[in-house]
Write a protein that binds this ligand. Sequence first.
Ligand code: CP
Ligand code: NVA
Length: 305
Amino acid sequence: MAGIQHYLQFNDLSADTYAYLFERAALIKKRFKGYEKHHTLADRTLALIFEKASTRTRVSFEAGMYQLGGSVVHLTTGDSQLGRAEPIEDSAKVISRMVDLVMIRTYEQTKIEAFAAHSRVPVINGLTNEFHPCQILADIFTYQEHRSSIKGKVVAWVGDGNNMANTWLQAAELLDFSVHVSTPRGYEVDQSVTGVRRSEHYKVFKDPMDACRGADLVTTDVWTSMGYEAENEARRKAFADWCVDADMMRVAAPDALFMHCLPAHRGEEVEADVIDGPQSVVWDEAENRMHAQKALMEYLLLGRL
Ligand code: CP
Ligand code: NVA
């Protein structure tokens, strides 16, 4: 429906709005740490719809909404009519008459777009095959918390050209930093999905070591995303050289950070000494999902406060 601000892709919001959200998330986090009440969404209800598994996304949205004074309704494919082929458009019309905000984790981006097109309330992408904007929102907030503005910095992406990679590329173009991408052949980023062309914001490297050289942030993700499990064996072979290890961190900038959206597989996409090492900020990154999404939910419902 016209006039509703959804959050379906990273570039649904402007650079200026992200600057506001990062500032707001920092304030919300400070209040949370100080046990200060922050009930800006009192009496509002968030529907959480999961068609794929989740730990962080569920806990961060659910705990976050309660901390804002609101409540949540949790639905999955298996326990709702979504799993029994009720049209997504009908589900959107019904659910959005009863709640104030909807988060969806699903497969195709077209599905969340169809839901949003028929929703009376803002819809948030909690991960699709194509994008994971809430994660990158938290990742950039985390980078800025540990270092400084991400503007002008280099992020190395090692691994699959997946939903996370796509979202990093959109963020780089919007917030003016660079992503150095290295994927195995056959698993490249699909530029038509991201809408991002190669430029100073997006460079491709055959060798993951070259992508990491001088990077300010090294990041990776699982070799096999949810929904692609049938390709598991082929992917294990193809991705064998795309494991972030101490050598890759050594060629990165001396103060480079390591991030991973989690869940992680030590010994596959990342070695244990990296993810559990001193440059890793994965636990802050996971926690910051909640603070950043609280700022996002407030913004979608109330605008700037
Ligand atoms: N990073 C992330 O989205 O984690 P979950 O799959 O546990 O929600
Ligand atoms: N790329 C992963 C991210 C999980 C949070 C997936 O889609 O399964």
